[in-house]
Design a protein around this ligand. Structure first.
Ligand code: ADP
Ligand code: MG
Length: 290
């Protein structure tokens, strides 16, 4: 698949940039936990049905009851109408295609609490004002992670960065806008022949700058976490995104810049990580507002 020639930037919504009013994130016992404990008949039927469904077969052993309860709750609340096939099985999460309300497509990202590298997750939550007082319990960390991914997507969107719109979170599950078309999920940057690498680079650099100005650093930005949708670049996978308050945020930003610059240098764009860093951090976020 080739990429189109035109990229348009999104208009930022402005407002509360950079982040000084991080919404507090609640990781108290969820309704899904209560559902899993109660295990009523309807839930049992749902769990049996979904466990028997082909796309969840592989996961049977790793999805715990509370994860099924979270999926059940999302169906119950109308965010998901039916589950489709897996889009990706990653280190920490599986992503599924699903049908949302009114014939929309949605993507459902399910973090596997047991497979999760929660120590590393804990480190990423360090210093984030939204997670002050979060303990070290594995479940709480994963729950906080999902809330953070959703909050980061929302913040990125408001800052004018194209990302999938978050729709709902339930425990360790995030439902978001699906990126793709009849031919399947949107392709990652690294899976495509890019016809116009200079323009693509400029757009991504501008997105990084906007994220940074909004007080956020992606933390895992590379050709694997940017996709093409309708000829536009879309940034995904913001779970590990940190605020500029994080003690290692600079290190993460430098790494993001290197990954992105190296990828585009391989496509023939004359750019280095240092130049990108310089671009992204000018101007610095206003310290009086962060
Ligand atoms: N909203 C989405 N729509 C379509 N595909 C998606 C969506 N989110 C993720 N994917 C697909 O799933 C893969 C893994 O998702 P990602 O959020 O990057 O998780 P991971 O942490 O496993 O890398 C992505 O590379 C992409 O192909
Ligand atoms: Mg990813």
């Amino acid at each position: 698949m080739d990429t189109g020639n035109e990229f348009e930037l999104l208009d930022p919504e402005g407002g509360d940039i950079p982040g000084d009013e991080w919404e507090a994130i609640d990781v108290s016992d969820t309704e899904a936990d209560r559902l899993a404990r109660e295990r009523d008949r309807e839930f049992h039927q749902f769990q049996k049905r979904i466990k028997d469904a082909d796309q969840f077969k592989v996961e049977q052993s790793v999805f715990d009851d509370a994860t099924f309860a979270a999926l059940y709750k999302l169906v119950h609340d109308g965010h998901v109408v039916a589950f489709g096939g897996p889009l990706s099985t990653g280190k920490e999460a599986n992503v599924y295609h699903a049908l949302g309300p009114d014939d929309t497509d949605v993507a459902v990202k399910v973090y596997r609490i047991n497979a999760s590298n929660f120590r590393q997750m804990r480190d990423y939550l360090e210093g984030d004002p939204r997670f002050e007082g979060l303990g070290g319990k594995k479940k709480d960390v994963v729950l906080a992670w999902v809330k953070k991914e959703s909050a980061n997507l929302e913040r990125a969107r408001k800052a004018g960065v194209r990302v999938p719109t978050p729709i709902a979170t339930e425990r360790n599950v995030l439902v978001m806008e699906y990126l793709g078309d009849e031919d399947g999920r949107a392709k990652r940057l690294g899976e495509l022949h890019i016809e116009n690498p200079e323009t693509a680079y400029e757009v991504l650099a501008e997105y990084m700058r906007r994220l940074y100005a909004a007080g956020l650093i992606h933390g895992d930005l590379s050709e694997y976490n940017v996709v093409f949708q309708d000829g536009q670049l879309v940034v995904i996978d913001l779970g590990q995104g940190v605020t500029v308050h994080h003690p290692n945020s600079r290190e993460f930003l430098i790494r993001d810049c290197e990954n992105v610059a190296n990828f585009f240098a391989r496509q023939g764009v004359d750019v280095t990580g240092d130049e990108l860093l310089e671009f992204v951090t000018q101007p610095e976020p206003d310290p009086s507002r962060s």
